[in-house]
Design a protein around this ligand. Structure first.
Ligand SMILES: [Zn+2]
Length: 126
């Protein structure tokens, strides 16, 4: 299905969203970037690029997770104040939504970071 598509397809803003959703390697474009929903693999199993080295800024991901969680909690409080939905409904809606948004935010953050540091390395002519 990915035949005829080079890594150039993952560049640009919509490309980053696609790369984050599918977990595309910045070098070969295979779905090897994540070994768990929000954990970057150490190496690409397809082309062997050192993903751990590209992910050096990943420690900031924890800060991002906390920020997303705080924003969601504030939104949840706002809804509770205005609508007052029953507690079971909030649990049903917010638990999976929070997990999903946090995981996607992490993936987007890490994918953007990895692709940016990969392109920087390319520019420096390595
Ligand atoms: Zn690869």
């Amino acid at each position: 299905m990915s035949s005829g598509r080079g890594p150039d397809q993952t560049k640009g803003q919509s490309g980053i969203f696609r790369a984050a959703l599918l977990g595309l390697c910045p070098q070969c474009g295979e779905r090897t970037l994540f070994e768990a929903p929000a954990r970057v693999a150490l190496k690409c199993t397809h082309c062997g690029i050192d993903l751990g080295e590209l992910e050096r800024g990943g420690r900031f991901a924890g800060v991002l997770t906390a920020l997303v969680a705080i924003i969601l909690i504030m939104i949840a409080y706002g809804i509770e104040e205005t609508v007052r939905p029953p507690l079971w409904l909030q649990a049903v809606v917010w638990a999976p939504l929070t997990v999903g948004i946090v995981i996607f935010a992490l993936r987007l953050f890490k994918t953007t970071l990895l692709h940016a540091s990969y392109e920087n390395r390319e520019d420096q002519g390595e």
